[in-house]
Design a binder for this molecule. Sequence first.
Ligand SMILES: [Zn+2]
Length: 428
Amino acid sequence: MAWIGGEVVDNILIACDDSGIILKVTSSAEAPSTATLLDGLTFPGFANTHSHAFHRALRGRGVGDTFWEWRRKMYEVAEQLNPESYRTLATAVFAEMALAGFTLVGEFHYLHHQPGGKPYDEPNAMGIALVEAAQAAGVRLTLLDTCYLQGGIDRALEPPQRRFADGDVNAWIERRAELRGDPTTLVGAAIHSVRAVPRAALAQVAESTRDAPLHIHLSEQRAENEQALAVYGLSPTALLAKEGVLAQNLTAVHATHLESDDIESLAANGASVCACPTTEADLGDGIGPFAALAAAGVELAIGTDQHVLVDPFYEAQRLEFDQRLASSRRSIFSSKRLVDALSSAGYRALGWNQGGRIAEGALCDLTSVRVDSVRLAGVPPSQLPFALTAGDVDTVVVGGRVIVQNSEHLGLPMLARDLREEIVALFP
Ligand SMILES: [Zn+2]
């Protein structure tokens, strides 16, 4: 079965050319002997639209009562990484994503320099480590190289934040300009937040990134809204609108604490939103107004962000279930809307407009799940997105190449050991 345009269709044959593009999608009970059998249900590949690979090391270890305490712990991990350890850790994290059914990851990358802030001999050494990690794991990557210039609104950088900063916006533009894409890598950009980039630099970042996906942490915590209001007299969304950052290439991550004006402004400017339901729950951020955003016409994508777990289906289910809890209503997002958030919306938010669907001319990125388990018995195929888990993923294809088969990563058999060793080394 294949998930095509929101419908489940039986006996589908997908033909792909050597460059990884779908040539033809036909209904056929007979496949050539060279074909790969994708048993069960095949979805267009899923996009993990918001990731910080190194946060994975904090799974089960990010204790503390508030977001800000968690952030201090996260800085301790950030301080220890170098290009080599980052490459190893990120390779395992991206492979974990592949096993869970993600074919594309948007890595919101701000860990740029040496501890203390001095650039490496290769100023993009950490970004290049992420590119190599995605290639080793077999997934597509949009490297969202992040501008980070200050420790908070009108505040100097704290020592652990010096690694994140380029000094000024021109230095960030120059360093980012040296990054190169390739057939599976796209170079995007990000503004860390209105906390970390001064108002005077926002328009310049937007100007220099008009032709690339641009992401931002928008309004994750109430405190950052309060600070923006106190200093600028504007919400973070209103500030971005004034500075010309709100545009079709913008994806707002953590659109959690928004007023109705903010929602209208995001919609009117064609910006997308990326929800990160498990992270927003784990960090106690709050439940974003995703039903209202969707009703206003804002496209929603999904990310696992700090990787409290990596499961596209669970994130999508939380998107729906959290809205039910917040509204005392049911059936807010259909299974088609949830799959669109995971596939076409995520691919668009990350600049891969040719992906996220099973159709002629699309990228041949596919995620197949087994549907013969006891747990899934009797579930109508159209409702499977509400019942599946990452553990059901059997085969994953990126650009026509099989990277996961029988729920095993073909390139990285020692995955679990590598991941455990790298993480334990970070916590002496
Ligand atoms: Zn984030």
